[in-house]
Design a protein around this ligand. Structure first.
Ligand code: HSE
Length: 301
């Protein structure tokens, strides 16, 4: 049996929701898995600026191995064919997409012993936080908490008039290096700053109060520390707002910057912002995307 899965890119944190809130956007990785006689084979159909491993270090392969180990069954001999549109090490959930693709494909091959809920819990555990894997599985915006024993989440419906403008530079930032610049402890006032904004963010999205988002998407837990890794971050945020963005944040661990824009202002935003980005180094590329509402799917042909 040949299995094909499609997984969306995701943008984690959404400002104050560090390691908990994320959104899926319409940019995809595709994975095809087919049984072979023995061993494994990995084919990369679309090369990235960072080489994707085709040996045992391949993240999809490792995830599938882990899945079958948990299931207590031997890993079948497979050929994996990857077609990845999600850029690697840019804060758009490319690792989570591989983990989610591996779990969904393995589960399908095994005859669906686990529910999507079970798989989302496994993915969050593997990643160590659920803010990319949850929206990758369920689509839209998801707020989640990973506990010792479980992972609780709520998927929120996003309004249709919101667009997500990804602003992607030519330099990568690894999650590991981006987490290493964060302090081990925070002041109470910074914690209150984020807790109050994360709550306001969710409530404002649910009620369509976009006027709150500029305040709601501010953060003191990770962005102030990570800006040293992203030249021009604050300048780009400032200009995005001048060009009509409702709110901006650092997407995941970076290096992508995200601006939220209403459909009504999208064209004007695209024109003004593209012109401004051309004045900067690092080849920043702007793409306006809708939210993905479906999440990871098994593609039937
Ligand atoms: N919440 C994570 C972080 C997302 O900001 O480090 C990146 O994996």
């Amino acid at each position: 049996m040949k299995v094909k899965v499609k997984v969306p890119a995701t943008s984690a944190n959404m400002g104050p929701g560090f390691d908990s809130i994320g959104v899926a956007v319409q940019l995809y990785n595709y994975l095809e898995v087919e049984p072979i006689e023995q061993g494994f084979e990995i084919i990369i159909k679309k090369e990235q600026s960072i080489a994707i491993p085709t040996d045992e270090k391949n993240l999809i392969y490792q995830t599938m191995q882990q899945f079958f180990e948990t299931l207590g069954k031997p890993m079948p001999a497979v050929r994996l064919t990857q077609f990845d549109d999600i850029p690697m090490a840019r804060g758009l959930g490319s690792s989570a997409a591989c983990i989610v693709a591996g779990l969904l494909a393995a589960n399908t091959l095994a005859g669906n012993p686990y529910t999507k809920d079970d798989l989302a819990k496994m993915a969050a555990k593997i990643e160590g936080h659920p803010d990319n894997s949850n929206p990758a599985f369920f689509g839209s915006m998801v707020t989640g908490v990973l506990t010792e024993k479980s992972m609780e989440y709520v998927r929120l419906e996003l309004p249709d008039d919101l667009l997500f403008a990804i602003i992607v530079p030519n330099f990568p930032v690894s999650t590991k290096s981006s987490r290493s610049v964060l302090p081990p402890h925070y002041d109470r006032q910074d914690v209150v700053y984020n807790v109050s904004r994360a709550a306001l963010l969710v409530a404002s999205i649910l009620t369509g109060k976009y006027e709150n988002l500029e305040v709601a998407m501010d953060d003191k837990i990770h962005q102030p520390y990570r800006k040293v890794l992203i030249p021009h971050m604050e300048e780009i945020f400032g200009n995005a707002k001048k060009c009509g963005a409702i709110a901006c944040y650092l997407s995941g661990a970076g290096s992508t910057l995200m601006a939220m824009v209403t459909k009504e202002h999208a064209e004007e935003f695209r024109n003004k912002m593209s012109t401004y980005l051309q004045t900067l180094p690092d080849d920043w590329q702007l793409t306006l995307l809708s939210a993905d509402k479906e999440g990871a799917t098994v593609v039937t042909e």
